[in-house]
Design a protein around this ligand. Structure first.
Ligand SMILES: [Zn+2]
Length: 489
């Protein structure tokens, strides 16, 4: 919910009593209300009486005996403070302000925990003194939460009041995803040495910015040790434990229960879609790869989604709504979940996650819990086929053969991965894997950005050049003009 609203002109003080002549201040007065612009006065003022509001309620002077010192356009209503900013009017209800108090009494300096409960706030809480200097707002309360000292002063910076909620999911500016194609990722990958990754805070921050924006980075020159994948992962956050273990090995094993453990071609997928919270990021550290084949393939599902939204909006919409089933059903572990292919943030309407894992799909859930309808299943198959072809198209796939000493880190909720067939009879192949949760990475991104803002600013230029959203010709997705993309059969 935005606190920015249109200028409220209903509850305004009509009279004020001059308290001091010593300070040069500006405030809104009744006359400036009509002119709808600030009226400068060279005084600090105390609002002693208030107008009748448009609904005819009587003023209650005793309840609003407020000293209001202002050097910047602002005014006080019956229930709110209004601060005028470049972007509009910030409307701040007293109750809301009391609830967000960040003072050392209300928010413990060490634990950063609140010392009061929202429900403790008197419903008719009101200020007795307000000071606003254009950058900082301070309030003393007439009827504070019981137990608080009379000199308790709540203070907020304007910046905080304007953007009080830390939104680590924010996809604006430096957080905006850079969608990549085969071409753009081939031209510009982000590689960082193991030594820099572990020991060089600034370079690590830059790598995190790349990971945040492109969803794919590489660590190289890693010491030859099975322990290293854990060391690389825990630099970002705690390991995500699953039934595969806190770290796992991808090797050829007889009678593998998971298709990743065989030497067959493994198509594009994401991991653990059948879990309630699929892991946000995956690491694969190559320890051995002397077999022929076994190349790793990656594609940016955010880019494919954007292309599909443009070329096939109806089918795109269907994949935002219709959920697919995912399952892992074995003797010792049974997991199941339903997810739409495109998970949209209901507030921003932006793509949050892509959920795509054909090897682990289960029966298609019925949209209304009843029988399946032939037409609706057919439409779903058609829509998935369009998306699959976009992912599988030549221009979308970045391919490389991981060499020993290299670890790939990728966003499992965005970047699909695949592996070409390999011949296990003439060499060995061994990857050590680990997962780190989205939450941990969002925290890691926010911390590294705060510690090294220049690493994030300098990298404002996308780590890989902006992917053209027009697919290349001579590929499975040919541009047909007018934004139409034909998917060849
Ligand atoms: Zn406080």
């Amino acid at each position: 919910m935005s606190l920015l609203g249109s200028a409220p002109l209903r509850y305004l003080p009509l009279k004020h009593r001059v308290l001091s002549h010593s300070l040069a201040r500006r405030c809104f007065t009744a006359s400036s209300r009509q002119a709808n612009k600030p009226h400068p006065v060279s005084r600090s003022v105390e609002f002693k009486q208030w107008s009748k509001n448009p609904h005819g309620q009587s003023p209650r002077p005793s309840a609003y005996d407020i000293t209001f010192e202002s050097s910047s356009p602002s005014w006080v209503g019956h229930k709110e403070v209004y601060l005028l900013s470049k972007t509009g009017v910030l409307k701040l209800p007293f109750t809301y302000l009391r609830d967000t108090c960040l003072c050392p009494v209300c928010k413990d300096q060490y634990s950063k925990q609140r010392t009061f409960r929202t429900g403790d706030i008197p419903q008719n809480i009101r200020p007795r003194w307000i000071k606003w200097d254009g950058r900082q707002l301070s309030i003393k309360w007439a009827n504070d939460i019981p137990g608080y000292a009379s000199d308790h002063t709540s203070t907020w910076s304007y910046d905080f009041l304007q953007k009080p909620i830390l939104d680590t999911h924010d996809q604006s500016s430096v957080n905006e995803p850079v969608r990549w194609s085969k071409k753009t990722m081939s031209e510009n990958q982000h590689w960082i040495s193991f030594d820099d990754y572990i020991n060089h805070d600034f370079k690590f921050a830059a790598a995190m910015q790349s990971l945040k924006r492109s969803g794919l980075i590489f660590v190289e020159n890693i010491p030859e040790s099975r322990e290293m994948v854990e060391k690389i992962a825990t630099r970002m956050g705690p390991l995500r434990n699953t039934f595969y273990g806190s770290t796992f090995d991808v090797r050829t094993v007889p009678e593998a229960t998971n298709v990743a453990y065989t030497n067959q071609f493994l198509g594009f997928h994401m991991d653990l879609m059948y879990m309630n919270e699929p892991p946000g990021y995956q690491l694969l550290h190559c320890l051995e790869n002397s077999c022929s084949g076994g190349e790793s393939l990656f594609a940016d599902a955010f880019r494919a989604a954007k292309l599909m939204k443009k070329s096939h909006p109806q089918q795109y919409q269907l994949l935002c709504e219709q959920r697919l089933g995912y399952e892992y059903r074995h003797n010792e572990h049974i997991y199941h979940n339903k997810r739409p292919v495109f998970e949209i943030d209901p507030q921003t309407n932006e793509l949050l996650h892509v959920n795509y894992s054909p090897p682990f799909q289960s029966a298609i859930p019925s949209p209304d819990g009843k029988d399946h309808d032939h037409q609706s299943v057919r439409r779903l198959v058609e829509a998935i086929n369009i998306f699959t072809k976009l992912l599988d198209s030549e221009g979308a796939i970045f391919e490389l053969k991981l060499k020993p000493g290299v670890c790939v880190i990728f966003d499992n909720r965005r970047v699909v991965h695949a592996r070409r067939q390999f011949n296990a009879s003439e060499g060995s192949r061994w990857l050590a894997g680990a997962y780190v949760d989205t939450d941990a990475l969002l925290s890691c991104f926010a911390v590294s950005r705060r510690k090294h803002p220049t690493a994030w600013k300098n990298m404002n230029k996308p780590p890989v050049s902006q992917a053209s959203d027009v697919p290349q010709t001579n590929q499975a997705t040919d541009s047909q003009g007018e934004g139409e993309i034909k998917i060849s059969e």
